[in-house]
Design a protein around this ligand. Sequence first.
Ligand code: G3P
Ligand code: CA
Length: 321
Amino acid sequence: MAEFSLRRVILLAAAITSSWIALLVIDGLPTETFAQYTKKTLVAHRGASEDAPEHTLEAYRLAIEQGADYVEQDLQITKDGVLVCLHDLTLERTTNIEEIFPDRYREVNHAGVSEKHWFVFDFTLEELKRLDAGSWFHKRFSGVRIPTWQEAIQEIRGKAGLFPEIKTPEVYGLHGFDIERLVMAELQRHGLDQPGADPDTPVVIQSFSADSLQKMAGEMKVALPLVMLLGERNRQWVSPAGFQKVKEFAVGIGLDKSLLRGNPTLVEWARNAGLSITPYTFRSSEVGKGFWNVRAEMAYYLYTLDVDALFTNNPDQFPDK
Ligand code: G3P
Ligand code: CA
């Protein structure tokens, strides 16, 4: 009997200890150490895009309400040369384009299979404004429109920073557009093209394209902070030497979180190169393996790995608020 009880006590103690260790590992660090860290930066990825349709004014407004320091916009260009906020180069995932313009697609061969796609650059702004960009997410957002970048800036200005991403400059180049110059012209129109122009609305420009960033830092003499995005598609830059090279034209890197999880030393490489580090993307609908929730996942990257900022679809879950 005594032996049985002792075994039970040992098992119970082991269970409690392992849960406690699991808590520390999964949560990244004990909560009592939070206070010793300085404020980290929250970038709302496509707005509060877990709670509202991505890249709509509704998602941007909600991100601000939830305490975002910056609101991200992915930028595309319409047929008539207007910058709009949309992640994809095509419209079918987040709008009802197939219903409104059923015949205006291009056939694209993808890995031997013919696919229909409706490209942003084939539609004027007036046409895009006829699309419903909210119903795909939830019927309560029915009728919500794709915003121009100008509308987004007007909505966000004075309440948070802007974190525009220059998307597929090589594609827009083929269609006769200079996306970098369009972006800077829009910022200039708003008096936001210089660092510190509006302390309530700081601007950081990001891109996966080294050519694009080099062009802005070099021939265009853009003084705003530039961040190079790194992921599987351009992981040839992910090395100590690669980071030193990035530092020649950017002040920071935005890093796919899975690369960082596999190799936390990347933070040290970035620090040694003098680069800030902002991993992407943290979302409650796709929590990283081993974490209980997105808040715990973000806490691990912010405090254990000590990144400077992060992109999240869930600004309300950001631990440092
Ligand atoms: O800008 C960081 C992150 O947004 C990059 O990925 O595809 O969501 O634009 P994506
Ligand atoms: Ca982006």
